[in-house]
Design a protein around this ligand. Sequence first.
Ligand code: F6R
Length: 238
Amino acid sequence: MNALAAASVIRLLQTNPNAVLGLATGSTPLGMYRLLVEAYQVGKIDFSLVTTFNLDEYIGLNADHPQSYHAYMRTHLFRHVHIHPERTHIPNGTADDPDFECRRYEALIAGSNGIDLQLLGIGANGHIGFNEPGADPCGRTHVAELTESTRKANARFFTGGEDAPRYAITMGLGTILTHSKRILLLAAGAHKAEAVYRMLKEKVSNDCPASYLQTHPMVEIVIDQGAASMLLETAHEK
Ligand code: F6R
């Protein structure tokens, strides 16, 4: 899974060194980032002209907070490769005016000539970015309230007695769908099987925000056996 996903990014950077990447955090893309770092170390890819936009950031966590997505990106990718900090973009979770920050971030993406490849994970409830069930399908970068189930899922990272944040700034479904030229979604583990099934097989609806990917012309999905298990069961039943 990691090799397939990394190969897609490597191919893109080799053919377009100026590529604009949309980045996701969380557990799922960790192996892929490791392979991208290795590819950089052996001179297969170069990040010096690459621009990145992360999907989201928690409200209230500054860039130095170990659980911020700023810290995640530094730890797992940015500090290992030669990438210009001014070309890496992540919403500012401690902006004085979060709504202004959302508009600023959306305008930056709009001014970028499009995201060549947007990487996505999926939540067990079908969220992409932090577009939780019920999210506006045309929504742009906005402040989202995380559901209890997402906060529970993310609590595993907040081990110091701290609560997982309740709010985040996230690209909207509209941002992802209109600005991404290609999308690569990764999912691993049986706990993602239902979300993957609903994303691909159910009618497009914001009950499962990821189902809106059915309306995008260029989506690649890379999943493991566990995440594919409901698809496989129903295929066997037919
Ligand atoms: C992360 C993000 C989220 C995660 C999703 C899956 O930037 O936007 O949508 O992709 O919650 O998280 P993991 O990979 O930890 O299961």
